[in-house]
Design a protein. Structure first.
Length: 635
């Protein structure tokens, strides 16, 4: 089929408000907007101002009323416990309504925040939808973050209630969530009124009297009482959720998502970008704690009337490299969205793809990859083994849905390996030099988006308009700074090459090296430190730390390094994948004191490098090279 992409994109460019007004017809509203876009509202304008709606109604209730009551809405497939649980739209509504009633009876109402710190269980999705039903604002915190990170988010979001579970299940180990939660509440200044705890049989936990509530008991009581809570109308511009993402410091940024624009944008992407129809099975193999989980495990597929899969497992080891194909075959998945790391892991274990033909993948149409750069070798391997189009695409927690993709629903454009596709409607993407001038096609520069950002993007940061302006809007006036560097080719395909800040991407997880440096500096023996991201065959990048010890420290450096590694795991969490730290005598710096992290990274990655003209003492780079060689890095 010839692609309609150019026609649709040009249509949006000619009249953006008409484009979004048309897209908004796919959503049920309680009352229409005063304006599709109000340029005077908010930091850079707001979408669908004055409209009222409810996201839970659109994701659940309207499907029950509209003929999908008996269709499976959600499948929880746990490759770790070997169980599958399915919920029809009617059952999903029952679960969500009962939980909403629990929250309401605990005093949670419109605008209140609720933190959800849960493993990959269906109750995590019920919790998100129950908050949406009440007009409360959820903030899901990824389970791989430790207490300190959770405490930071508690203090920023100030939740009335926390919903959590007794444990999460990682291959080979059970992660006790309750002690992490209790420590986080001890560490935080803000104290939530109560915690609702889902007891999992794999590891039950003690509940604190008068504070912790048993999830299953509370929900069962509401169900037995025949509780019914209608969806609460909220403004399209009211917040649906806050999701925290790494900033350049240890203080994460609270990305705000609204209700109206978010629904409109996600619904549009399901059909036009992912090429999926209502009633079909969509699987985003991510975690509910990441934006992919919000947009494409929970809200996107449900708003579109699809069946969504919530998968508890890993691409390999649960039990083997055939798990993904088993899930696709067993549940009739038509499209899978995952991170390239997952495919690199599968390819590493099963390079010949011998597991693939063991499963019936006849319904499977498209593989979507995002979250980190997809290397052409992995894309080609997947294309060859699966015999379906493999679509790399690019977006951010801030945008909530793809900025660039090869739009399957509009008809695929030719694939260009190494490019995550072309800009989607809403995104006027430009590449600028550091002075803010547009660079010619094919030239590397700062990737920016011309304001206003489209429906579904963050309107601001939680309680931090000034930080939003400073972080995203000030450097290139009139544009949103993506902090990615890249280039646009003559055909309008984008190529994203690197970050322009200190964020690194580890297995599709966005992490701040600045935040890790804050942890390293907290070790009593550390005088100075630096953390860089170095290339890793499996995870794309991994962090590497350098420490300079305080004068007079005579302890064994190996012991100090192990303590530093443990400190990062304890403060940030296992997800940081911080495993290596190297003790050095001095850090290489410019004469003005700036640490030469870029040069250190090039040495570690065995890339060509030139001596920085402003370096204070060139000999230090020889010391770094030798120290890394001693660890087998950069050799
Ligand atoms: C487009 C917009 C975006 O970019 S949104 C972000 C998109 N990113 C993603 O969806 C993430 C994709 N990555 C993944 O799903 C995983 O990394 C995959 C590929 C499955 C590999 O998982 P895994 O083998 O656990 O490696 P990892 O690097 O993720 O984990 C490192 C350590 O952290 C742990 N961990 C992970 N998740 C949790 C969790 N929920 N609760 C507790 N711990 C967790 C892992 O067990 C691992 O621990 P360890 O160091 O091995 O002991």
């Amino acid at each position: 089929m010839a692609s309609r992409y150019h026609e649709v994109y040009e249509g949006w460019k000619r009249d953006p408000e008409l484009f979004w007004a048309e897209a908004a017809k796919a959503i049920d509203w309680y009352s229409p907007p005063d304006s599709v876009f109000d340029a005077q509202a908010g930091v850079y304008g707001r979408w669908f101002t004055g409209a009222s709606c409810n996201t839970c109604f659109n994701a659940v209730d309207r499907h029950v009323a509209g003929g999908r009551a008996d269709q499976i809405a959600l499948i929880h497939d746990s490759a770790i416990t070997g169980t599958v649980r399915k919920f029809t739209y009617a059952e999903l509504k029952r679960e969500v309504v009962a939980l909403t009633s629990v929250l309401k009876n605990r005093g949670v109402g419109k605008g209140d925040r609720v933190i959800i710190y849960m493993p990959m269980v269906p109750e995590a999705a019920f919790a998100m939808l129950a908050c949406a039903r009440l007009g409360a604002v959820h903030s899901v915190v990824f389970g791989g973050f430790a207490s300190h990170e959770l405490a930071t988010r508690i203090d920023d979001a100030r939740p009335k209630l926390i919903i959590s579970a007794s444990c999460g299940l990682e291959p080979g180990r059970t992660v006790a969530y309750k002690p992490l939660l209790d420590t986080a509440i001890e560490l935080s200044k803000h104290k939530p009124d109560a915690c609702l705890i889902l007891q999992r049989d794999q590891l039950r936990c003690e509940l604190k009297d008068h504070y912790d509530i048993d999830y299953a008991d509370a929900v069962a009581r509401e169900r037995a009482a025949g509780a019914n809570v209608d969806c609460v109308p909220v403004l399209a511009t009211d917040p649906l959720y806050i999701i925290y993402t790494s900033g350049t410091t240890g203080q994460p940024k609270g990305i705000v998502r609204d209700n109206g624009g978010h629904m409109v944008a996600l619904k549009w992407t399901m059909e036009n970008e992912f090429g999926v129809r209502p009633g079909e099975v969509f699987w985003a193999a991510s975690d509910v704690g990441w934006v992919v989980g919000h947009s494409y495990i929970v809200y996107g597929p449900l708003l579109h009337g699809c069946t969504s899969i919530l998968f508890e497992g890993k691409p390999i080891g649960t039990p083997d490299a055939g798990t993904y194909w088993r899930v696709i075959a067993e549940h009739g998945v038509v499209a899978l969205f995952t991170a390239p790391t997952a495919f690199r892991a599968i390819k590493g274990q099963d390079p010949k793809g011998e597991f693939v033909p063991k499963f019936d993948l006849s319904k499977f149409r498209t593989l979507f990859l995002a979250g980190e750069r997809a290397d052409p070798e992995t894309i080609k391997w997947a294309e060859q083994k699966l015999n379906v189009p493999v679509i790399d695409h690019w977006w951010q927690t801030e945008t909530g849905s793809p900025m660039t993709i090869n739009p399957a629903g509009l008809g695929l454009l030719p694939v260009k390996y190494g490019s995550p596709g072309v800009p989607m409607p809403g995104y006027d993407i430009r590449v600028l030099d550091d002075a803010g001038h547009e660079v010619p096609r094919g030239t590397l520069g700062n990737v920016v988006v011309k304001l206003p950002l489209p429906a579904g993007c963050l309107p601001t940061l939680w309680n931090a308009d000034a930080r939003f302006r400073q972080a995203y809007l000030e450097e290139f006036p009139g544009f949103y700074k993506t902090a990615d560097a890249g280039m646009m080719d003559e055909d309008g395909y984008l190529f994203v090459m690197a970050r322009t800040d200190d964020i690194i991407n580890v297995a599709g997880h966005r992490l701040s090296t600045g935040a890790m440096e804050e942890v390293l500096s907290a070790h009593p023996d550390v005088a100075e430190c630096a953390v860089i991201g170095i290339a890793d065959q499996m995870k794309g990048q991994v962090p590497l730390g350098f420490v300079v010890l305080n004068a007079g420290v005579t302890r064994d450096t190996g012991a100090i390094e192990s303590e530093v590694v443990s400190l990062v795991r304890e403060r940030i969490g296992p997800v940081a994948a911080f495993k290596t730290v190297v003790t050095i005598k001095r850090l290489p710096k410019t004469r003005s004191g700036k640490i030469l992290r870029g040069t250190m990274q090039k040495i570690a990655d065995k890339e060509e490098w030139t001596m920085p003209a402003t370096i204070d003492d060139p000999v230090i780079l020889d010391e770094i090279t030798a120290a890394l060689k001693g660890r087998g890095i950069g050799v």
